[in-house]
Design a protein around this ligand. Structure first.
Ligand SMILES: Cc1cc2nc3c(=O)[nH]c(=O)nc-3n(C[C@H](O)[C@H](O)[C@H](O)COP(=O)(O)OP(=O)(O)OC[C@H]3O[C@@H](n4cnc5c(N)ncnc54)[C@H](O)[C@@H]3O)c2cc1C
Length: 444
């Protein structure tokens, strides 16, 4: 009979962080992962001959805990990312784009140019209309975050009379680009809350593209250390439920009917996965009411390989008013083995979830044309990568439903970006949830 101190279900950043912390403390840990590759939403793999990833990611310079756990396993963020100090917004119906500097310290000139420039798309009046929106958003998120969760971003923008242009070229790109949702579906609490940690650490602000697939640059170095600490990581293992003995968790049941025992089980899956595992045991348990009530939200990406680069630089780009919420050329940063590579996150995600992949491609090529991009010539390969139930919904009114890592069930702890931590659905949030989960296990 296999027995561990702790079983961790899920090998995303939350699960790997939990496993790393506990194995460093001398606990025997087993990480069980449903998929063939580790990393969860930060993974990369070979999909029928094309290297794909869960979706293109940006490391934000103000993250604190993710860099710390990477450092613990010998990885410096500066060695695995290519920093960007600017983002581009492409204008529908023209070949023009606006560039915004996002890094007051690392790229001060670009930041100032972004604010005082871009006058062909944003008049001084448009820019001025954003001041009240951002100032009041940041004041409210500090003073009364719950009130802010009642508004969607569009309502909040209307309240502060953001001009139509500023809405189109700043608010929509930010909301659709960051969490794939149009502003009318995006909670103002999440929108401002995500920027909040950046304010005291504004000097750290910039974003980085990973220099390699995320399983390689993030997950594998963490996994290597867990194994070095005598931890076990098994892939292709689908956990179906828990082993319960008089309300105490004793281990997990696998899809093949076998059982693995442990003193603690940390369910570090995506929200959809957690609901599946816990449903059979706690659907009507009052302490899990919020978790089951918290809706999931999908994400859909299309990743394309070309005979030559589509964009002159590898830089995060937004395509407001089209399905291309955000996209980036990656052939000089993340995937240098191909001459051209574009990764696109689509909005609104639900529209594309069940769409035939050829149809998605045609849709994206048509919208690409509207943004002045030729996504037909030289296309060599493409794949659609979807995440039907990975995210918790970031729509207004849901944030209070996110559960704590600690549960009232002895031996059961939760982790994952949907659990309560201040960084919402981000890599930093996942890592923080893993740190909290490990602390709970160590204290019990
Ligand atoms: C397209 C896209 C773009 C993103 N962009 C960014 C970005 O730019 N910056 C940023 O900070 N964040 C970004 N994120 C969010 C970030 O990836 C997530 O917040 C974070 O990776 C979540 O980690 P996690 O460990 O909580 O969950 P996951 O990474 O989802 O890990 C959960 C794991 O549990 C496994 N699992 C589920 N059920 C079972 C089961 N029954 N048995 C065994 N294993 C199971 C899953 O297979 C998965 O590996 C993006 C995500 C996506 C999808």
């Amino acid at each position: 009979m296999e027995k561990f101190d702790v079983i961790i279900v899920g090998s995303g950043l939350a699960g790997l962080t939990t496993a790393l912390e506990l194995s460093e403390d001398g606990k025997t840990v087993a990480v069980l992962e449903k998929h063939k590759v580790i990393g969860g939403r930060t993974s990369s793999w070979d999909e029928d001959g094309m290297i794909v990833e869960s979706g293109f990611h940006r490391h934000i310079g103000y993250y604190e805990e993710l860099p710390k756990i990477l450092k613990k396993v010998g990885v410096e963020v500066d060695d695995i990312v290519q920093w960007e100090e600017q983002i581009d917004v492409r204008i529908k119906g023209s070949k023009n784009k606006a560039s915004f500097g996002i890094s007051p310290v690392f790229g001060p000139i670009d930041t100032i140019k972004g604010i005082i420039g871009n006058n062909d798309i944003l008049s001084p009046k448009d820019k001025f209309s954003l001041i009240a929106f951002f100032t009041n958003g940041f004041l409210e998120i500090v003073k009364n975050p719950e009130k802010l969760d009642k508004y969607n971003v569009r309502e909040f923008a209307e309240k502060y009379e953001v001009s139509e242009n500023a809405l189109h070229y700043v608010v929509i790109p930010l909301s659709a680009g960051i969490f794939f949702l149009p502003p009318e579906r995006y909670s103002a609490k999440v929108f401002f809350g995500l920027f909040l940690p950046g304010i005291p650490r504004f000097y750290k602000l910039r974003i980085g593209a990973y220099l390699g697939g995320m399983t390689e640059v993030l997950a594998k170095p963490l996994a290597k250390h867990i194994v070095k600490n005598n931890g076990i990581i098994k892939t292709d293992i689908n956990v179906k439920g828990l082993i319960l003995d008089e309300d105490m968790v004793k281990g997990v049941k696998l899809e093949d009917g076998s059982e693995i025992f442990a003193k603690h089980v940390v369910v570090a899956t995506n929200l959809g996965g957690a609901k599946e595992i816990l449903r059979g045991h706690f659907l009507n348990h009052p302490s899990f009411e919020n978790l089951f009530a918290l809706p999931t939200m999908p994400a859909v990406t299309i990743q394309m390989e070309f005979e030559k680069p589509i964009l002159p630089v590898d830089r995060t780009t937004f395509g407001p008013l089209t399905s291309l919420a955000s996209f980036a050329e990656q052939s000089r940063s993340t995937f240098t083995h191909v001459p051209g590579r574009l990764s696109v996150i689509l909005t609104p995600p639900e529209k594309f979830l069940d769409m035939n992949h050829d149809e998605i491609l045609k849709h994206v090529q048509k919208d690409g044309r509207e943004l002045g991009l030729d996504l037909e010539s030289g296309l060599m390969n493409y794949r659609v990568v979807s995440h039907p139930e990975d995210f918790h919904s970031l729509e207004p009114g849901n944030d209070h439903l996110r559960p704590d890592q600690k549960t009232p069930i002895e031996g059961l702890v939760l982790a994952g970006d949907y659990t309560r931590q201040p960084y919402f659905a981000t890599m930093e949030g996942a890592v923080r949830s893993g740190l909290y989960a490990a602390k709970i296990v160590l204290e019990e």
